[in-house]
Ligand binder design. Sequence first.
Ligand code: G3I
Length: 342
Amino acid sequence: MKSEHLLALIGLVLAVLVVAGCAGAKTTRKAADKRGLAYGTAIQPGDILWPESAQLLAQDFNTLVPENVMKWGLLRPTKTFWNWSDLDKMVDFAEKNGMKMRGHTFVWHSQNPPYVNSLKTRDEAIALMTEQITEVMTRYKGRIAEYDVANEVVADNGTMRDTVWLKAIGSDYLDIAFRTARAADPAAKLILNDYSNEYAGDVKADAFYNLAKDLKERGVPIDGVGFQLHIEAQWPVRKDALVANIRRFAELGLAVSFTEVDVRIKMPVTPEKEAEQVRAYRDLLDAALGEPNVKSFILWGYTDKQSWVPSFFGGYGSALIYDTELKPKAAYRAILQRLLAK
Ligand code: G3I
């Protein structure tokens, strides 16, 4: 064989090996896809613009959530001005990369503009709330798979949170929100999302469960509940209470999404604290993978470069799975390993 033919043959063999190697590459995204798990992260507008983070997102996650830009105050700062551009770009990016989107969020007490916070009459509040839901869900019909229709409606003591929606509309405001969402995009999954609602037996978690049960039993179109799961590394995950809670939602016919997972560490990070964090991420993922009605495992951000944690919890940080340079941390490796495990 002539030497140039031999070289061409070697080149071909190498190319085949590279392609085969890539196809078998073990990424969190591929492993989650195989399991049918929505594995994702909240993102900010810049994340899909910087090549390095855009590439990381498309490689490692199959689902994206806007961390802030779908919230009322940012999306519609005045009644007549809709700030679509960041959200449009995120939905386009997800679509181009074959990823799913979650929507976050419509009915909330926080980050609302003044014209929402000052609503007084039932009619005005219903008109504005239903307009918001319908406008967004019609625009992205078929392109956003799941929405946090309502967020944090239960107070820490288990009563209904005293929000502008409850005050202006009355106790049927959730019925109206979910019915409006179902009508706007019948294929989208509709979620009631909250924090500190993950452990059966806790006051707020039980109240949240009773609320979801009541909605479901009265025929309000709710598909599932969201556990935010902003947790602290030093408090081990109470797996029994978590699984018991997931199962009682399954019995109601409701899916559970883990919607905003992060595991904060009291700084400074030590090897022991990082080991606690790894265990917490692994335990949460274990619970999700072990229960068929858990469909999503979404992180509240991916890089420690831009997490909400340090500014909200003084002295805490390092809550995510890639460091400030976008390098994978031990928690990332634990997640990958658990996703790949038999
Ligand atoms: O948009 C304004 C900008 O105009 C202004 O110049 C700047 C200066 O303060 O603030 C910008 O708004 C900030 C917004 O994020 C968007 O970047 C707010 O101050 C800041 O408080 C806000 O924080 C977000 C927080 O929700 C409140 O909406 C966090 O990034 C976000 O991670 C956090 O996410 C929430 C979930 O939605 C619900 N569950 C809890 C979770 C953590 O708090």
